[in-house]
Design a protein around this ligand. Structure first.
Ligand code: ADP
Ligand code: MG
Length: 379
């Protein structure tokens, strides 16, 4: 009680005392990228129009394909759709549209696919916006754009749409840490939007210190491998699982547990919820409700360094509990045999019931007094 209360005073809310104990013993910590290692306040970086795509309702299309109108149209459609999403990427796109002073359209049949993207209908046209998984798994491609016999799970948007001229551009943006989303209109890619998020300043310090304590740090993200690598390298994280779906996130946690690792998982999104439930889950109060609900521990500050404080307090609490077991048993261990007459034959000593009752009280008082010492711990 004192331990969890002290954690709470430090902005660490613990649902079950047991998770405090396990967190102290954890030797692997899995962290989500977007919103956990990064600020979760991404900004739109670029809008790239597909020069081969014929936009409707555009007054004129310039021949060089670098058409401001086309880019406006892409952002308009993307932002209209993203209005319905609670993903941090969605906020970036909606914000950019309002900065560009673009009026948004109304959307029908909105659907969100966690870790993949979103779809809907705008003005009778089917729109999809998201990563390659969205397009590979959900078959938004029209018959002629999808090559026959193609392995759908492997098909990349870029290949499927013969976007040769853009591959290098997109890959370059990814290796700079940008997240690339494709926008399709009626089954054809109209363009791409790229978004970048800044890495949290506190993240590097937290990860260095965790590693110093011999805790393995693993990054897990639904984002592209190249984007993930960029962030991982900046932070010195060696192990990266990229392109993982929410279910795969949970499976990876279970795989680590099967190797007898004690796993803590920090994440903030809807997509992290299954993994948070599988491990000792740590969510931020700024995260989504589902993440907080699935996690065992909620941090009021979105700062990974707080985990280190929580672990320190966890270790101190466990030490304190062991000391208290001593205080709880020591009086009995001595008192009960004396009261039973163990010393009587030789020394003629018995335990007066008054002393026995005082000893019992001292036992409780010492346990409580010792536990309260936790409150003086400097974190
Ligand atoms: P992370 O694991 O890093 O928190 P997510 O699993 O939430 O990332 O998202 C993985 C990818 O899915 C994103 O990088 C993006 O390409 C795509 N995605 C998810 N939600 C959306 C959305 N609302 N709009 C567009 N793309 C999305
Ligand atoms: Mg996230």
């Amino acid at each position: 009680m004192v331990g969890t209360g002290e954690e709470a005073r430090n902005g660490i809310l613990i649902k079950q005392a047991a998770s405090l104990e396990i967190l102290g013993r954890a030797n692997v910590i899995v962290v989500d990228k977007t919103g956990t290692l990064t600020e979760g306040k991404p900004r739109l970086q670029s809008v790239i129009a597909n020069s081969k795509f014929k936009f409707q309702n555009l007054e004129k299309q310039s021949p060089d394909g670098k058409n401001q109108l086309a880019e406006n149209e892409i952002l308009r459609i993307a932002a209209s759709l993203e209005k319905g999403s609670e993903h941090p990427l969605a906020a970036a796109i909606v914000r950019a549209a309002s900065e560009w002073k673009i009026e948004l359209a109304s959307v029908e049949d909105f659907q969100s696919f966690t870790g993949e993207g979103i779809t809907g209908t705008i003005g009778g046209r089917r729109i999809a916006l998201g990563n390659e998984k969205l397009f590979a798994a959900r078959n938004f491609l029209t018959a002629e754009t999808q090559k026959p016999g193609e392995d759908k799970t492997k098909s990349s948007i870029v290949e499927t749409f013969d976007f040769n001229s853009q591959i290098s551009t997109l890959d370059k943006l990814r290796s700079q840490g940008q997240t690339v989303m494709a926008l399709s209109i009626d089954g054809e890619v109209a363009g791409f939007l790229t978004v970048a998020d800044t890495i949290k300043e506190s993240a590097k310090a937290a990860i260095d210190e965790l590693r110093g304590q011999k805790i393995a740090v693993v990054m897990m993200t639904g984002d592209n491998e190249k984007t993930a690598r960029f962030v991982a390298e900046k932070l010195g994280i060696e192990k990266v699982f990229a392109d993982v779906s929410p279910v795969q996130k949970a499976e990876k946690v279970k795989q680590l547990q099967a190797q007898n690792k004690i796993v803590a998982m920090a994440g903030d999104g809807v997509n992290d919820a299954p993994a948070l439930a599988a491990a000792v889950g740590i969510a931020f109060a700024t995260g989504t409700d589902v993440a907080i609900e699935s996690a065992d521990i909620t941090l009021l500050q979105p700062d990974l360094r707080v985990i280190l404080r929580a672990r320190k307090l966890s270790a101190a609490t466990m030490r304190n509990i062991r000391q208290n077991l001593f205080f709880a048993f020591a009086y009995n261990l001595l008192g009960v045999p004396i009261a039973a007459g163990a010393l009587y034959p030789i020394f003629g000593v018995l335990l007066s019931p008054m002393i026995a009752s005082a000893a019992m009280t001292f036992s409780s008082v010492s346990v409580i007094a010792n536990a309260l010492r936790l409150r003086n711990l400097k974190l």
